[in-house]
Design a protein around this ligand. Structure first.
Ligand SMILES: Cc1ncc(COP(=O)(O)O)c(C=O)c1O
Length: 402
């Protein structure tokens, strides 16, 4: 049976040529393609600094480390996310608090943030808010940043899922990860994301001081103090390096950056494909029998559709649908188990159940959406979902008439 995944990369000959070009070149890592990829990320987001790193998780860790978060500090995060959004704080020794999300979009709810930030500010030496632009939809960053700034908190936008997405404010549109409303933003280039690099990530910022720290900590905290200077080459030789901080090896290789750069050239095309597929889903799903069984996250013009999420209505089981679809070759996934439910976080902070996060999580299902998916594959997904809905509706009717 042909299986249709919920997400997948699209590698073509130009990507293969880009990668093999690097394999034939002198630099597999720490070469010029890293800077070229970083410059391309600046172009697409409008930021002044990008630092390519080994994963989205490394990007979040470095963003927190650049802000010098540590013991005694607290980060407020969106619970409907991959656990890296919170883990980055724990890597630094900071504690995690969860603001609730909007039950329909899964995005951080500014009101919930406002209701907890005052108490968090009292206990925290320094604070940060980490909203997630979930599923390709930009979090309400303007409102979040106003609240965070009022309490002296930093802001990191976790944009792992939102390359190409945009939000809207009084001035018009602003790009996800543009750092208009955040100190730093982070991307992931895992194969299920908007562009892939095998593994990879980036930190973006408009502040040179954060960029310098991320760059330093990405590569062991090592500096070469005399490179490029006109110091005496005998007493202060150019080969000399020293470690001034405790950093990590979170570098992205030239091999990965070449793939990322090549993929970025098709990013607009990927975006258009996602839009076209999402629009086809929306047209079908607003009709019966689909709309009797589930709803969709409302459309927003800046939604980059990293995921297409449907929400089953009360009386229908998301898990039952997941199993049915899988048995017919359609693979789906749940994004995400609220982070506070993971045993690590339960052990640390106890049981929690935020109403918005619980409501979003209970019924959400990400169905296949990726640029390489053909319309005929999508028609199959739609047909299988239709047969699931019809079966459920018939079953409900039969149950009522008996
Ligand atoms: C919202 C979010 N943040 C962070 C990450 C971590 O990215 P990576 O897998 O590249 O480490 C992911 C990846 O799944 C993610 O979806």
């Amino acid at each position: 049976m042909h299986l249709i995944p919920y997400a997948s990369q699209w590698i073509d000959q130009s990507d293969i040529d880009a990668v093999t070009g690097i394999l034939r070149s002198p630099f597999l890592t720490q070469g010029p393609t890293v800077a070229a990829f970083e410059a391309a990320l600046n172009d697409i987001t409008g930021t002044s600094h990008s630092i390519a790193v080994s994963s989205g998780t490394a990007a979040l860790h470095l963003a927190c480390a650049a802000l010098e978060l540590g013991e005694g500090d607290v980060g407020i995060v969106s619970p409907v996310s991959f656990s890296a959004t919170a883990n980055c704080l724990r890597y630094c020794g900071a504690e995690v608090r969860f603001a609730d999300v909007d039950p329909v979009t899964g995005l951080m709810d500014p009101q919930s943030l406002a209701s907890i930030i005052g108490d968090v500010a009292k206990e925290a030496r320094q604070g940060v808010v980490i909203p997630v632009s979930l599923a390709g939809r930009v979090a309400p960053l303007g409102e979040i940043s106003k609240i965070a700034r009022n309490h002296g908190f930093y802001i990191i936008e976790d944009a792992a899922q939102s390359l190409g997405a945009f939000g809207q404010d009084a001035q018009g549109r602003f790009e996800s990860a543009s750092c208009k409303y955040s100190d730093l933003a982070t991307f992931s280039f895992h194969p299920v994301k908007h562009i892939c690099a095998g593994e990879g990530g980036a930190v973006l910022t408009n502040e040179a001081k954060w960029a310098d720290r991320v760059g330093l900590l990405r590569s062991h905290g090592i500096v070469r103090p005399w490179v490029g200077s006109d110091k005496d080459p005998i007493n202060e030789p150019p080969w000399y390096y020293e470690q001034v901080e405790l950093g990590w090896n979170y570098r992205m290789t030239d091999i990965q950056c070449a793939l990322g750069l090549s993929q970025l050239k098709r990013q607009e095309f990927f975006y258009e494909r996602r839009q076209a597929l999402a629009e086809r889903y929306r047209q079908h799903f607003k009709r019966s029998p689909f709309n009797q069984c589930f709803g969709m996250t409302p459309h927003h013009p800046g939604h980059a559709y990293h995921l297409f999420v449907i929400h089953f209505k009360d009386g229908y089981s998301r898990d039952d649908a997941h199993v049915f679809l899988k048995s017919h070759g359609v693979l789906t996934q749940v994004h995400h188990v609220p982070i506070y439910k993971h045993p690590y976080y339960v052990n640390r902070y106890g049981e929690q159940a935020l109403p918005g996060a619980e409501a979003y999580f209970k019924n959400c299902l990400s169905i296949p959406l990726f640029p390489k998916m053909t319309f005929s594959e999508q028609d199959k997904v739609i047909a299988v979902i239709e047969s699931y809905c019809k079966q459920k509706l018939n079953h409900a009717r039969t149950a009522v008439s008996v």
